[in-house]
Write a protein that binds this ligand. Structure first.
Ligand SMILES: [Mg+2]
Length: 409
C-alpha cells in the first residue's frame, strides 16, 4: 500500500428524496416535507431541512414525526423517480474519477488521488462537481475532501447543506479531536457506553487513550477504533463495478443424489449472501443457481449447470433469494447427482435500506427488514457459528478465495 496521502472525496446529496419533491412541487418549497410513512404506520424515508428543525429524521416512526410537527406535509414518494435522479448524479461522478464507490442512492466516495493534473486541484474539481450536479438535476450536493474515507464522510456531513469542507492531511487530528466518539464508523450504543465509562467522550480522548485500556474494555476492536480516531483509515475506495455479483458455494464431501437435500445449503448460501448485501447496502435483481454434476468429464472436470432469473424488485433478503434459487432448482431436468451447489445474486444496485426499504414498502417487508437487522446484529456479535440453520450444516469447502465484500472488518 502506498503511504503517499490520498485525496478522497465524499459526495452526498442533501435531503435527497425530500429535495426531489420540493424541486418538482414548488408549493412544497420552504415547508417541512416528510417522504414516506404517508399511511401513518410506516417510517420516515427522508425529511426536508425545514422538517429537521422539529427533530424529524429518517427511520423515525411517522406517528412520531406527525406528533413533532403536525403541519408537516407527508408525501408518498416515488422510487422510480429517485432511481432515475440517482443514475444521473452517478453518471456525473463517473466523469470525475474512475474510482467511484456508491454507498447508497445519493452518496459516494470518489478517489481523486492523482487526478489533480486532469481536474485542477481537488477543491476546484469539487466545486465544479457540485455546480454540475445542481445544473443537471436542481439538487444540492455536499462534499467532504480528506486523505481518508472516514474523515471525508464526516467532513461532508458537517458541510451540509450545500457545502464543501476540506481537511488537509496535517489537519486531520485537529479536525477529529473535538468530535464525539459516536462519529467514528462502527461505534454504536454499546461501544459508546463502554468508552463513556472510561471517561472517553471525544475522538481526541480516544486517540490519546492507552491501547491496553482500550483492549481491556473493547478488545482488539477498541485498539482499531483508536487508530481511526488518529485518522488512520487505510480503506481504499472500491469501485462498484468490481463486485458484479455476490455468491456462495460449497462442494459436498459426498455427492448428493436427492434434489430435496439441497434446500438447506441453498438457504444457508442465500442467508450469507443477503447478509453481505445488507452490510454493503446493496440489493440485487438477478438470482443464479450453479450446480456441478457428479459425473466426471475427465481431467478433474465436471459438467456445470446454471439457471438464472430476474426478480421484479431488487432484494437483500435471504428468504427471497432462497425462494428464487429453489424455484430455479426445481426446473433442472433431468436430475443427476450433484457435487457442488452455488447461489449468486447479480444486477446489484445501491439499497439504502433505512431510507427506502422501510418507508416505501408494505408492513410485511418492514417486518422482514427489522428481522434482518436483528439477525445482522447477532451475526456481528457472534460470527457465523451461532446462526447456522438447524441441521443444515453446510461445510464451506473450496469456497471463494480472498476477502469477500461485506465480510471485512
Ligand atoms: Mg444524502
Amino acid at each position: 500500500m502506498s503511504t503517499a496521502p490520498r485525496t478522497i472525496l465524499h459526495a452526498d446529496l442533501d435531503a435527497f428524496f425530500a429535495a426531489v419533491e420540493q424541486r418538482d412541487r414548488p408549493e412544497l418549497r420552504g415547508k417541512p416535507v416528510v417522504v414516506g410513512g404517508a399511511a401513518g404506520r410506516g417510517v420516515v424515508a427522508a425529511a426536508s431541512y425545514e422538517a429537521r428543525v422539529y427533530g424529524i429524521h429518517s427511520a423515525m416512526p411517522s406517528f412520531e414525526a406527525r406528533r413533532r410537527c403536525p403541519h408537516a406535509i407527508f408525501v408518498a414518494g416515488d422510487m422510480a423517480k429517485y432511481r432515475c435522479e440517482s443514475r444521473r448524479v452517478f453518471a456525473i461522478f463517473d466523469r470525475y474519477s474512475p474510482l467511484v464507490e456508491g454507498l447508497s442512492m445519493d452518496e459516494a466516495f470518489l478517489d481523486l488521488t492523482g487526478t489533480a493534473r486532469l481536474l485542477g486541484d481537488a477543491v476546484s474539481a469539487a466545486e465544479r462537481l457540485r455546480a454540475e450536479v445542481r445544473a443537471a438535476t436542481g439538487l444540492t450536493l455536499s462534499v467532504g475532501i480528506a486523505p481518508v474515507k472516514m474523515v471525508a464522510k464526516i467532513a461532508s456531513d458537517l458541510a451540509k447543506p450545500d457545502g464543501l469542507r476540506v481537511v488537509a492531511p496535517d489537519e486531520v487530528r485537529a479536525f477529529l479531536a473535538p468530535l464525539p466518539v459516536g462519529r467514528i464508523w462502527g461505534v454504536g450504543a454499546v461501544a459508546r457506553a463502554r468508552l463513556d465509562a472510561l471517561g472517553i467522550a471525544t475522538i481526541g480522548d480516544l486517540a490519546a487513550a492507552p491501547d491496553e485500556m482500550l483492549r481491556r474494555a473493547l478488545g482488539g476492536f477498541g485498539v482499531g477504533l483508536a487508530g481511526l480516531a488518529r485518522g488512520e483509515d487505510a480503506r481504499a475506495v472500491e469501485p462498484d463495478r468490481e463486485a458484479k455479483s455476490y455468491g456462495e458455494e460449497n462442494t459436498f464431501e459426498r455427492d448428493v443424489a436427492e434434489r430435496a437435500a439441497l434446500a438447506d445449503p441453498i438457504h444457508a448460501h442465500a442467508d450469507a449472501i443477503a447478509r453481505r448485501l445488507r452490510r454493503d447496502r446493496l440489493a440485487g435483481h438477478g438470482v443464479t443457481v450453479k450446480l456441478k454434476l457428479a459425473r466426471p468429464l475427465g481431467r478433474g472436470r465436471y459438467p456445470l449447470v446454471t439457471r438464472s432469473l430476474l426478480l421484479r424488485r431488487a432484494t437483500d433478503d435471504g428468504e427471497a433469494i432462497a425462494r428464487a434459487a429453489l424455484s430455479l432448482l426445481a426446473r433442472v431436468e433431468p436430475w443427476e447427482p450433484i457435487r457442488l451447489v452455488g447461489v449468486a445474486v447479480t444486477r446489484l444496485e445501491p439499497n439504502d435500506a433505512s431510507q427506502l426499504a422501510l418507508a416505501l414498502r408494505g408492513p410485511t417487508d418492514q417486518r422482514r427488514a427489522r428481522l434482518n437487522a436483528a439477525v445482522d446484529a447477532i451475526h456481528v456479535r457472534f460470527g457465523d457459528q451461532k446462526l447456522r440453520r438447524g441441521a443444515g450444516d453446510v461445510r464451506r469447502t473450496g469456497l471463494s478465495t480472498g476477502i469477500k465484500r461485506g465480510e471485512r472488518e
